[in-house]
Design a protein. Structure first.
Length: 372
């Protein structure tokens, strides 16, 4: 009797088979090479840690999206990471508290959430990124956005676009320019999320309606944002967005959606979402944020790439690598020499093995690899 359950994977979890896994290795390496080249040092946090430390350091993190369980050994509540950024914040504030600032750290690994996100059914995702701890100013934001774009392009992404947002926009405007009562803020956010002008007016957010129209292609959207007279509350943000956009110098297509909050749980004045042509859904996100410490808050800026959709796209068109079949009794020194110059070899284990049977493109002959 076959046990069906033992060969099924739970919803939202999947294996990557050799062709896709090879693309994954290449993509992850290209991304990390770019971050490494810009001076970011890799750290390797554990998959699981105390739930409190995953959720406490940054405002707005929803631990209900995390896999949580009681540690049978310590009886304390643990969580599986759903994002590396809070772990990097913990490392920066504890073991690397004395390290010079700005501190440049990078990471690469898997993250897990209980529920999939929107249209993407995956619950486990690859995540790799960089965090610049100690700065959340224009210079930091410029560096982070441009490295994120460069890393995606190095991995093979084409037609990269960056969608800018201002995650704390409603709080900023509600403080003075367009005052809202505490109870109204959430309603205004919700109507902005659904982009419902009528709904916004109904909840007393008339002043916020023009934000719905300051979206789309960057140059025209930022002009519309400029026209909103918020008593200067937006001036420095607008100026910064313009400078970040100019610094990208045509490397990516730029759009603006100033009230977009989806996926921005803890980011502050600046946020961005990354897309690549042909890849389903966003391939990355980033922005400025604050890491809460013991009386010592720190500013930070970073990005996380989610390369799975890019891997799906690229692995479909990747050409398989050549491999040389090594017949029984082959010259082992010659095989070692071939590997040292980049060939892949597949050695016969018995007479039954053949080049065709093992999917080899070449056979090692007298004079070297011969095409099959
Ligand atoms: N970790 C965030 C993106 C980010 C990194 N640093 C700042 N923001 C995310 O995955 O959505």
């Amino acid at each position: 009797m076959t046990d069906v359950d033992s060969s099924l994977l739970p919803e939202g979890l999947e294996d990557r088979l050799p062709a896709e896994a090879a693309t994954t290795t290449r993509v992850m390496r290209s991304i990390q090479d770019v971050m490494h080249g810009h001076g970011y040092d890799r750290v390797l946090p554990p998959m699981i840690e105390f739930e409190k430390s995953l959720a406490a350091r940054m405002a707005g993190i929803q631990s209900r999206r995390m896999f949580r369980f009681t540690d049978p050994s310590s009886l304390r509540m643990m969580g599986l990471r759903s994002d590396h950024t809070p772990q990097i914040g913990r490392i920066a504030q504890t073991r690397l508290a004395e390290a010079a600032r700005p501190l440049r750290l990078m990471y690469a690994g898997q993250v897990l959430t209980i529920k999939s996100d929107g249209l993407n059914p995956a619950r486990e995702k690859l995540q790799c990124g960089a965090e610049l701890v100690g700065a959340d100013n224009l210079a930091a934001a410029t560096e982070i956005v441009s490295i994120a774009v460069e890393a995606l392009q190095a991995a093979g992404a084409r037609g990269v676009s960056v969608d800018f947002t201002l995650p704390d926009l409603v709080d900023t405007l509600a403080a003075k320019a367009f005052p809202l009562e505490a109870g109204q803020i959430e309603a205004v956010r919700r109507e902005l999320d659904t982009k419902d002008a009528g709904g916004l007016r109904d909840v007393g957010g008339e002043a916020y309606v023009p934000l719905l129209y300051a979206t789309g292609e960057f140059d025209s959207a930022i002009e519309k944002l400029c026209e909103i007279d918020a008593g200067g509350a937006l001036a420095s943000r607008i100026a910064s967005l313009r400078q970040i956009a100019a610094s990208l110098n045509g490397a990516a297509r730029l759009t603006l959606d100033p009230s977009e909050r989806h996926g921005f749980e803890y980011q502050t004045w600046f946020g961005f979402t990354l897309y690549a042509e042909g890849a389903r859904g966003p391939v990355g996100r980033g922005g400025t944020y604050r890491i809460a410490g013991n009386g010592k808050d720190e500013a930070a800026t970073g990005f996380s790439l989610y390369p799975d959709a890019l891997i799906d796209l690229l692995s479909a068109s990747e050409t398989p690598e050549d491999r040389v079949f090594l017949p029984l009794g082959h010259n082992r020194d010659e095989a070692a020499r071939l590997r040292s110059i980049g060939w892949r070899t597949v050695a016969a284990l018995s007479d039954a093995d053949s080049a065709q049977g093992l999917g080899c493109t070449h056979v090692l002959g007298k004079g070297g690899p011969e095409k099959v």
